[in-house]
Write a protein that binds this ligand. Structure first.
Ligand code: QUE
Length: 322
């Protein structure tokens, strides 16, 4: 029998979900999304279960994203219903996690990107180790920060969320706590002990495992981030970065120049709009936008360059709407 892509088991008072596609860095496919949603629904009103813990198998990833290759294949063959169903189920899962009536704990010990952010950040407790790497890298494949990121990112301090969502900047575990994407920093070596304590005593034990943080590595750039990313358009942000005359600003401008110029614009617009929307409204707007952008030629080209051929040299088209 094929091994389960989500391993489900109950240890003491705590139910565990383990994302189990380590060869694809636990990227979420349709079967995994449905398995997580079904398990959560079953535990919701089960009085034996006091909390849910989600983690990834393998050493490298919590969850590196979604099955974006399948989405590209569906887009290229004109199969709109596959795309609609995938994102409808994924975003419904993100909403179910946000509204879950019991503590939901993500143990993030490796890559946590895209869809991985969506199955962790909406939960009450997000524990990051020294091997965690958080990012929303969608502008590199001409998508946009989705899975509820249009609600989460605009609520981070200052313009930090817009910076993260447009550049795809990777945050370490401790930086993710500083930014507000994670809630606690716990070293990998402590995870076995933490799992046992969770099963025995519940989520109250988490605070006792959390360790002090080194300084935020973006602290020296926080003012420049707010100054440059506070503008009203991508052109104005790029002009502000060009005027800074620092290595950080030159690197950031170079990063933006690799992204789909169309994607930067629709990502900017939906991230700004998300500041004034509820999570439900954000997910509805994302579901509408994702069905349009996955038909844009930049999306198939971006996934080709970053995921399929891995040449990292996308040939973007001229700026156009989704
Ligand atoms: C930007 C992205 C994604 C990406 C690479 C980028 C993304 C995504 C994946 C991914 C990772 C592992 C897999 C997979 C897809 O890569 O969103 O199928 O096994 O899901 O540069 O946004």
């Amino acid at each position: 029998m094929e091994e389960a892509s989500v391993i489900v088991d109950v240890q003491g008072r705590v139910a565990h979900l383990r994302l189990n596609r380590p060869r694809t860095l636990n990227a979420l496919d349709m079967g995994m999304i449905r398995a997580i949603a079904l398990a959560l629904a079953g535990w919701r009103d089960n009085p034996v279960i006091h909390a849910v813990v989600i983690e990834g198998t393998g050493e490298r990833a919590f969850c590196a994203g979604g099955d974006i290759r399948a989405v590209r294949d569906a887009a290229l063959s004109g199969d709109a219903s596959v795309i609609r169903e995938f994102f409808t189920d994924e975003y419904a899962l993100n909403a179910a996690i946000a509204g879950y009536p019991k503590p939901y704990v993500a143990l993030i010990d490796g890559f946590c990107m895209g869809g991985g952010i969506g199955v962790s950040v909406h939960g009450q407790i997000r524990i990051a180790t020294e091997f965690a790497q958080f990012a929303m890298p969608e502008t590199a494949i001409a998508l946009f920060p989705d899975v509820g990121a249009t609600h989460v990112l605009p609520r981070l301090p200052g313009q930090l969320g817009l910076f993260l969502g447009l550049t795809g900047h990777r945050l370490s575990g401790t930086d993710a706590v500083h930014a507000g994407l994670a809630t606690h920093y716990v070293p990998r070596a402590q995870l076995p002990k933490l799992r046992r304590a969770l099963a025995r005593d519940g989520v109250a034990v988490v605070a006792g495992f959390a360790e002090a943080l080194p300084p935020f590595t973006l602290a020296p750039h926080r003012e420049a981030i707010d100054r440059c990313f506070g503008h009203h358009s991508i052109e104005a942000i790029e002009a502000a970065l060009a005027a800074e005359d620092t290595d950080w600003a030159r690197t950031t401008l170079a990063t933006l120049s690799n992204m789909s110029p169309s994607s930067l614009r629709w990502s900017f617009d939906i991230l700004r709009a998300g500041a004034n929307r509820t999570l439900t409204q954000c997910l509805a707007a994302e579901l509408s936008l994702v069905q349009r952008v996955t038909r844009h030629p930049d999306f198939a080209e971006g996934v080709r360059a970053m995921v399929v051929d891995k040449d990292r040299a996308p040939k973007w088209g001229p700026i156009s709407g989704p």
